[in-house]
Design a protein. Structure first.
Length: 458
């Protein structure tokens, strides 16, 4: 994928930017550009963004052309699980040395692709550029094309070096590459009136496995999972679905919009977290597919699932009721977990609106109410302050914030991509309730909140 300046500028266009007030004739807002800021690549660069979006394609090999240190950055940091091939878990790299920087790494890359094809027989090879290989000017596009010809397997060049901007941009470049090189390149054996794609769900901790059986029971077929637990071939079929269900809007909305323009497939933005969101998601899928009997089946399934869940959740609800939570996450989770917490009788008193679209920010404000606190930045000191001011009972956030919670001596639940528990769907709701209960009622809190022996009065 050759990224010209024009292409990158287009991907940087933030159609949902709230500061953008310029309107076109049809009253649509003109996109406003979001150029990279200093430090945008710190910790999570576009290369990492592209990898986390594509690595869940489990039967493909993911080869990093660059220094070995870049490979560590995204590899294994997101627990995207596979129900089949585990090839995606192998970290391939050309491991560039000083010599390669001086004389070029093209030959090494070519050999690496051939070697991977021979030893692992992948469905495709995704080749990622990094800062170093982009700066030394390796012609990766040509090498990938030549290697693809030689091995007879698609070799897709992902041009998202770290210096381009943020992780989010990398997610979009990955989506663009799928649109350009994968979607529409093969035809499914058959199509049904109830074929859908799920976009922006990465099967972290196996979450999609909580949702797929529900859709199957309704007679809905997931044609392409983009990209959680996906096989390369199924993404080729994405153009034949009747509906796209977008889960992570911030990174996937652009892709859904382009599929709509190109293939006329409508999309809806949904969440799998919490009972209310899950119910709404199933109802919206059934309504958009437009079949009366499907809608009827959906209502039966919702009634059955929610009744069973109410019984299972009852003991947890009574212990979690009234607990006050500070939530620090991003995108879809920053509003959908508010609803999930509400389902359990808990109250979210503060949340962040990072990486959220304009619509998601509006949802957050509405769900939090007047007294709710919206955190735009979440430095450890700012979070500690909020935890103290609000007298929160627990912090729900990403793994990097667990030490903030420990400092505040309050329980913590990991909600981001390093988590090991699946919280999506009805089964995920029960799992979340169990995890919240165990975190909140762990006997350790009694111990750590005790004054230190040397502080105790004699
Ligand atoms: S691609 Fe660049 S910013 Fe990203 S990990 Fe490698 S060196 Fe760092």
């Amino acid at each position: 994928m050759n990224n010209t300046k024009v292409k990158i500028n287009k991907l940087l266009n933030e159609t949902n930017c709230e500061h953008n007030q310029i309107k076109l004739q049809d009253n649509k807002k003109v996109s406003c550009k979001k150029p990279p800021q200093p430090g945008a690549a710190q910790g999570n660069c576009p290369f990492e963004g592209a990898m986390v979006a594509l690595v869940p394609i489990t039967d493909a090999a993911h080869l990093v052309h660059g220094p070995v240190a870049c490979t560590r950055n995204p590899w294994g940091s997101r627990g995207s699980l596979s129900s089949g091939s585990k090839l995606h878990q192998i970290g391939f790299t050309t491991d560039l040395s000083e010599n390669d920087v001086i004389f070029g790494g093209e030959q090494k890359l070519y050999q690496a692709i051939l070697d991977i094809a021979q030893r692992y027989n992948p469905a495709a090879v995704f080749v990622y550029s990094t800062c170093v290989t982009a700066l030394i000017g390796d012609d990766m596009d040509t090498i990938c094309q030549a290697a693809a010809k030689k091995i007879g397997i698609p070799v897709i060049y992902i041009n998202a070096p770290g210096f381009l901007g943020s992780k989010n941009l990398g997610n979009r470049i990955a989506g663009e590459a799928l649109l350009e090189h994968v979607v529409g390149t093969a035809e499914p054996e058959m199509i049904t009136p109830f074929d859908i794609n799920i976009i922006g769900e990465y099967n972290v901790a196996g979450e999609i496995w909580n949702v797929l059986p529900l859709l199957k029971r309704l007679g809905i077929r997931v044609l392409s999972k983009i990209t959680g637990d996906a096989r390369y071939q199924e993404i080729c079929y994405a153009h034949r679905a009747k509906l796209n269900v977008v889960i992570c809007s911030n990174v996937s909305l652009g892709m859904a919009q382009k599929i709509k323009e190109r293939y006329g497939i409508p999309y809806i933005e949904e969440s799998f977290y919490g009972v209310e969101n899950m119910n709404r998601c199933l109802r919206n899928i059934a309504a958009t597919l437009g079949d009366f009997y499907l809608q009827e089946r959906t209502e039966w399934l919702i009634a059955e699932e929610t009744a069973a869940l109410d019984i299972a959740l009852a003991p947890y609800r009574s212990r979690l009721k009234g607990k006050r939570v500070v939530l620090y996450s991003g995108g879809v989770k920053s509003w959908s977990i508010i609803l999930a917490a509400r389902d359990l009788g808990m109250e979210v008193i503060a949340t962040s609106d990072r990486k959220s679209t304009k619509e998601e920010k509006a949802k957050i404000k509405q769900l939090l109410g007047q007294d709710g606190i919206v955190l735009s930045k979440g430095s450890p000191s700012a979070l500690l302050q909020v935890l103290e001011n609000t007298k929160a009972d627990m912090l729900i956030a990403g793994g990097s914030n667990q030490y903030t919670a420990l400092k505040a001596r309050i329980p913590f639940l990991d909600i981001n991509h390093e988590r090991h528990h699946a919280y999506a769907g009805y089964a995920g709701m029960l799992e979340m309730a169990q995890e919240l209960y165990e975190a909140l009622y762990s006997p350790v809190w009694k111990q750590v909140r005790k004054p230190a022996p040397w502080d105790e009065k004699n």
